[in-house]
Design a protein around this ligand. Sequence first.
Ligand SMILES: [Zn+2]
Length: 84
Amino acid sequence: MKVQCPHCLSKARITSRNEITTTVADLYCQCMNTQACGASFVMTLGFSRYLNPPLTSTQRLAAHIIGSLTKAQRQELLQGDLFH
Ligand SMILES: [Zn+2]
């Protein structure tokens, strides 16, 4: 993971990480431009959103939906008639 110094835009390295929650962490960073900057700073890394839901969620959702169908609807679904 690349981190950029917010002051001089040089490459920075992560020196340590502090988990705030399971989806948010503080990254302690050190600017590698030691001659002209050398700042140390904290960046926050956080989960934003899923682009695809986790497989277990998809399976659970599908099982819930299929479970709400009648036997006839399930057979229709298995025959692929609903996809045409
Ligand atoms: Zn810097």
